[in-house]
Write a protein that binds this ligand. Structure first.
Ligand SMILES: *Cc1c(COP(=O)(O)O)cnc(C)c1O
Length: 393
């Protein structure tokens, strides 16, 4: 089917909630996406941090197809093996104790908020339900996670919103302490690297002060690792880069290798109140998705993460050497590029696309989220295309 037909049909029948590029991807392998006319693109988006092993990774493909042939879904009324297998791996890799599976980042964060409120209600009774989040955060599109998202632009037209959320500027410990000191706060939720907010990493000192403050007041610390988690920053969790052990970590994007999954990974303490009937999700823990996610987690051994760190170092250096680049931000392979005034990231993105390189933007920055299986040769190719794109602007 040709490109125009696919695009026209989509325009007619799909709600217009996304601003899309006129690119129709038909198939992919590794870092290479191919459109219907055989044109190829080097993919430095990984479907917004999702295809952590690139397109059609053999181990992931085998796990998914084999499981689909055995049993594709049972509901959570019964047991299947892949779900527990994945949960054990996540507990081993994070040092946490219990997992709840859903289908998206928003659903994971929604579950984490419920977990924190339940813990607090069980221990302290009603009225200690406030969740403090950071300005410029992004936590999802459901009503509660939209409310948790500390960006004014999202807080119109869809109200009334759930109560008891407060926002404080990232990096300002005094503001956070002032907002959370009232005895009504059950959780602080934050991304260690704000992704949609512009790829901005928090300062370790600040993060540790927040963690100590929360621990002293029995306020649960929820770290939203939906984008930073599962190898993206060069460690399994971004928390490891910060030597941080939160009460709850949420995962999603990179975990399923391309299939929808979200996970609330919690300490025994934070999870204890979530008994039968307290939460659920029809598709949560789906065996096909979990089998694929096990393949993703298993791929991430020391050598794999070393490659992430090596390629990240090479990519950061290459980006800093490009014309019109004012700064590079982020952590590992979660990268923001700030340009000099007058150079628009959206224009650079479009210029890259015309030259066969897919990249993203976040706020006024260019954003790179390449698959974690990239090689130094891919870094060189992307940097060369970016250089040409920037020279053309
Ligand atoms: C993408 C993202 C979400 C939302 O994930 P969905 O799967 O789109 O619901 C939440 N938090 C962070 C940090 C994200 O990057």
């Amino acid at each position: 089917m040709n490109r125009e037909k696919v695009i026209d049909r989509d325009e007619q029948y799909i709600m217009h909630t996304y601003a899309r590029s006129p690119v129709v991807i038909e198939r992919g392998e590794g870092l290479v996406a191919r459109d219907a006319n055989g044109r190829t693109y080097l993919d430095f988006t990984s479907g917004i941090g999702v295809n952590s092993l690139g397109f059609a990774h053999p181990a992931w493909l085998k796990a998914v197809t084999e499981q689909a042939g055995l049993v594709q879904h049972t509901s959570n009324l019964y047991y299947t093996a892949p779900c527990g297998r994945l949960a054990r791996r996540l507990c081993q890799r994070t040092g946490l104790d219990r997992v709840f599976f859903g289908n998206s980042g928003a659903e994971a964060n929604e579950g984490a908020i419920k977990c924190a409120r339940k813990y607090s209600a069980d221990k302290y009774g009603e009225g200690r339900s406030k969740v403090v989040t950071l300005v410029n955060s992004f936590h999802g599109r459901t009503l509660a996670t939209l409310t948790a998202t500390g960006q004014e632009v999202f807080h119109h037209d869809f109200g009334p919103f759930p109560a008891d959320f407060a926002y404080v500027p990232a990096g300002d410990f005094d503001a956070l302490a002032a907002a959370a000191v009232d005895g009504r706060t059950c959780a602080v939720m934050m991304e260690l690297v704000q992704g949609e907010g512009g790829v901005v990493a928090l300062e370790p000192d600040y993060v540790h002060r927040v963690a100590d403050f929360c621990a002293a007041r029995d306020i649960l610390l929820i770290v939203d690792e939906v984008q930073t988690g599962v190898g993206r920053t060069g460690k399994f969790l971004a928390c490891e880069n910060y030597h941080l052990k939160p009460d709850i970590v949420t995962l999603a994007k990179g975990l399923g290798g391309g299939l929808p999954i979200g996970a609330v990974v919690a300490s025994e303490k934070a999870a204890a109140g979530m008994g039968p009937g307290s939460h659920g999700s029809t598709f949560g823990g789906n065996p096909v998705v979990c089998a694929g996610a096990c393949a993703v987690v298993d791929a991430m051994d020391e050598e794999f993460l070393q490659n992430v760190n090596d390629c990240a170092a090479a990519l950061w250096a290459a980006l800093r050497a490009l014309p019109h680049v004012a700064g590079v931000s982020g952590l590992g392979l979660m990268i923001g590029v700030q340009f000099e005034p007058g150079v628009s990231a959206a224009e650079v993105r479009a210029a890259c696309e015309r030259r066969g390189l897919l990249v993203l933007t976040a706020k006024d920055r260019l954003r790179l989220l390449p698959p974690l299986i990239l090689t130094p040769a891919d870094v060189e190719k992307a940097a060369a295309i970016l250089r040409k794109a920037l020279q053309s602007i």
